[in-house]
Design a protein around this ligand. Structure first.
Ligand SMILES: *Cc1c(COP(=O)(O)O)cnc(C)c1O
Length: 357
């Protein structure tokens, strides 16, 4: 087995236990004599898979009864349009501009109505989370990106939006820490970072917000349709949902979100402690807002950045190149990254610092 430590921002590494379980069930799922890839989405076996997946989302995240759980297609990016299409009444919304993902959400909402940017961290290359406490009372909702994958920032405390529904793109930090779902109107996340493979997006939505889409909204973009049909209006991404179920079972076996959160704090802490004390490596996100999942850092020049990435790769620490808008490196350490991977990376950085300073 030559598995690497995969620091990819997404699609990201999956727990080895999940891949092995999928391997044992690949050609004959649960005695059906067929693969999950080959079975009807209306079959009893698949019904069992999707029902279990929903039940596990509800259990692990403590989703209240008055919320719908949906498994949709088109990634998190389709949600950028579905949110305004389904939540606009006044056709006005408040958005907080925290980076490249918030930017994409804003651009799609602008197609359908008026976007008020009530806070932005653009002035410092999105390296922090702006503090916003005032929202427009006639807005239909407030949109945040709870973790900016590229610049490595996260909301340590949520904005207080009063009666306005809070909508969050949680693609890169869902299930990474405990959360009070009842604080949100709608949560969405592409699966390929913390939940499973690409191809499915998880949507958790307060039921009273469902059913008011703008005229002309295509059927597949209406939450109402997917809610009423329990995510089986059309053929869903069956295999992605199956792997997502296995990942949720893994999270539960690990001790649930509380245990995962403790592990994540420990993992991120190892890297941040090193960065805070290093004379050579430097973290790029504001300390109070830094992500537990995506940790960007830089060396003094591009030659050293490249040298470090190459050195790490040779030792099985891969996908560490940072996004071009930040440069340097980025270590994405989602739930599935074992603590050994982070310890090994820090050792590598220590050694690199000794040899290059
Ligand atoms: C990866 C990511 C997306 C895009 O997800 P897709 O499933 O590729 O559409 C959106 N938002 C955030 C915060 C992400 O990290």
């Amino acid at each position: 087995m030559d598995r690497v430590f995969n620091f990819s921002a997404g699609p990201a590494g999956l727990p080895l236990e999940v891949l092995k379980k999928a391997q044992t069930e690949l050609v004959n799922y649960g005695g059906t004599g067929m693969s999950v890839m080959e079975m009807s989405h209306r079959s009893a076996a698949f019904e069992g898979i999707i029902t279990t997946a929903e039940a596990l989302v509800r259990e692990l995240m403590g989703v209240p009864e008055n919320y719908s759980v949906m498994f949709l297609q088109g990634g998190a990016s389709t949600q950028f349009a579905m949110v305004p299409l389904n939540l606009f009444k006044n056709k006005k919304a408040d958005y907080i501009h925290t980076g490249a993902w918030a930017d994409k959400a804003i651009k799609d909402a602008q197609i359908f109505g008026e976007v008020r940017i009530v806070g932005s961290s653009k002035d410092k290359n999105f390296s922090y989370i702006p503090k916003v406490s005032a929202f427009n009372p006639d807005s239909d909702y407030v949109h945040i990106t709870s973790n900016e994958t590229i610049t490595g920032t996260r909301y340590a405390t949520l904005p207080q939006t009063g009666n306005l529904p809070l909508v969050a793109d949680m693609s890169s930090n869902i299930l990474s820490e405990q959360l009070d779902v009842s604080k949100f109107g709608l949560i969405y996340a592409g699966a390929q970072k913390n939940l499973g493979p690409s191809g499915v997006a998880l949507v958790i939505m307060r039921k009273d917000l469902i059913g008011n889409c703008l005229p002309g909204t295509p059927t597949m973009l209406q939450y109402k349709i997917h809610d009423e049909n329990k995510s089986l209006y059309n053929t869903p991404p069956c295999y992605s949902i199956y792997i997502l179920k296995l990942v949720l079972e893994w999270v539960k076996a690990e001790g649930g979100v509380k245990a995962i959160e403790e592990k994540n704090i420990k993992k991120a802490g190892l890297l941040y402690d090193f960065l805070d004390n290093s004379k050579l490596f430097q973290g790029t996100a504001a300390k109070e807002d830094r992500s537990l999942m995506n940790i960007p850092f830089i060396l003094p020049n591009d030659d050293l950045n490249k040298k470090f990435i190459d050195t790490a790769k040779k030792q099985g620490f891969v996908e560490l190149k940072g996004h071009r808008s930040v440069g340097g490196m980025r270590a994405s350490i989602y739930n599935a990254m074992p603590i050994e991977g982070v310890k090994g990376l820090v050792e590598l950085m220590k050694k690199f610092e000794q040899e290059n300073s």
